[in-house]
Design a binder for this molecule. Structure first.
Ligand code: BYC
Length: 313
């Protein structure tokens, strides 16, 4: 009876558009859904550093290198905000990382594809960060206070990432025929994974109903995907590039682009761990964790020593 009343009050608060804060009562399922989603998001940020980090030493100029370094560092920062925000739900960061390393927790499908050329850095900023912003500006209005506030800063930085990616594509498209071809090849490889990273179709999305009822998500996966496509197709036109979808057409009645079928078999195969780079990505994270162990131990030992000195002083 008590729980039912609390549940009604909780839902009423959400329906009024109020935020839920860490010390507020919340249903266990809400807490677990947020941990699942926020940790998946945090893991995506730090795994997402790997495909781009791959090009820092090969950036074509000092300017490009400085920008890319800064972007990759931003992603580490996003991971930190998100792990901290997830910890407000009563779970330890060590446990979250353990879930990543053992394959229990997912991270975004998109980072299981390789970055084969410099144009891929442009395509990631333009398409991957572009898709992420579409989703995250919506999440910034979500019901859980710490998550929604983390999103505000993350979205500002993602906007810069998105522009730097588009600017790389623009430079390549205004360059030599070989450079333009490289940009087109990159779009060909990143388009479909960027479309599918926004999650399975609404008919297949198992978590959307709960998340939308609780206003963690305010829009469905398909709605955000449509918005992303509508915004991105004219940008491809401006670059003089062709979206690799022969069924893509503008519907003058709805005012939206209609797209061809998405290969969901490929998507589900990737999130099951069978994408081109899953094993490599996970192993790199496991190794980084192991190699950083002594740094964490030294930092903790130093903090402990300082505390002891303060007590005896
Ligand atoms: N990859 O019920 P659904 C970035 C899973 S990083 C892997 O629709 P939901 C960036 C889903 O977890 C951007 N798995 O789920 C960083 C679920 O499985 P479980 C990352 C996926 O939660 C560095 C199952 O499929 N952004 O911007 O309602 C450099 C059914 O899906 C994916 C976020 O993580 C996927 N793509 O909706 C550059 C945002 N999609 O957990 C850029 C936060 C679905 O039940 N997350 N699955 O076993 C979300 O907004 C939502 O979780 C999703 C999925 C829209 C991703």
């Amino acid at each position: 009876m008590e729980d039912l009343k609390r549940l009604e009050e909780f839902q009423a608060k959400i329906d009024k558009g109020l935020k839920i804060e860490p010390k507020d009562w919340m249903p266990e399922k809400y807490r677990l859904q947020l941990i699942r989603m926020m940790s998946q998001h945090a893991h995506s940020e730090i795994v997402g550093m790997l495909p781009e980090g791959n090009w820092i030493t090969r950036a074509p100029s000092l300017r490009r290198k400085a920008i890319l370094l800064s972007k990759v560092q931003d992603e580490a920062g996003h991971g930190l905000y998100l792990y901290s925000a997830a910890e407000t739900l009563g779970i330890d960061r060590k446990e979250l990382l353990n879930q990543l390393h053992t394959g229990k927790a997912k991270y975004s499908s998109i980072f299981n594809y390789p970055t084969l050329t410099w144009a891929d850095i442009g395509a990631i900023g333009w398409l991957v960060d572009g898709a992420a912003i579409m989703n995250q500006t919506m999440l910034a209005r979500g019901s859980y206070g710490p998550y929604s506030r983390a999103m505000v800063k993350i979205c500002k930085e993602e906007s810069f990432h998105n522009r730097q990616g588009y600017e790389i594509m623009l430079s390549l498209c205004n360059g030599t025929p070989e450079q333009k071809e490289m940009a087109q090849d990159s779009l060909n490889r990143w388009w479909w994974p960027s479309i599918s990273m926004l999650g399975p179709s609404d008919a297949e999305s198992v978590n959307s109903d709960d998340l939308m009822k609780w206003k963690v998500k305010l829009e469905s996966n398909d709605a955000i995907r449509q918005r992303f496509i509508d915004r991105t197709v004219p940008q491809a036109d401006f670059l003089g590039l062709t979206i690799p979808d022969k069924d893509l057409k503008f519907n003058t009645e709805t005012g939206h682009y209609e797209h061809g079928p998405i290969n969901w078999d490929e998507f589900f195969n990737v999130i099951k761990g069978n994408g081109p780079c899953n094993k490599e990505r996970l192993q790199t994270r496991v190794d980084a964790d192991r190699n950083g162990q002594w740094v964490r131990e030294a930092a903790l030992a130093y903090a402990k020593k300082r505390k002891e000195q303060e007590v005896t002083a």
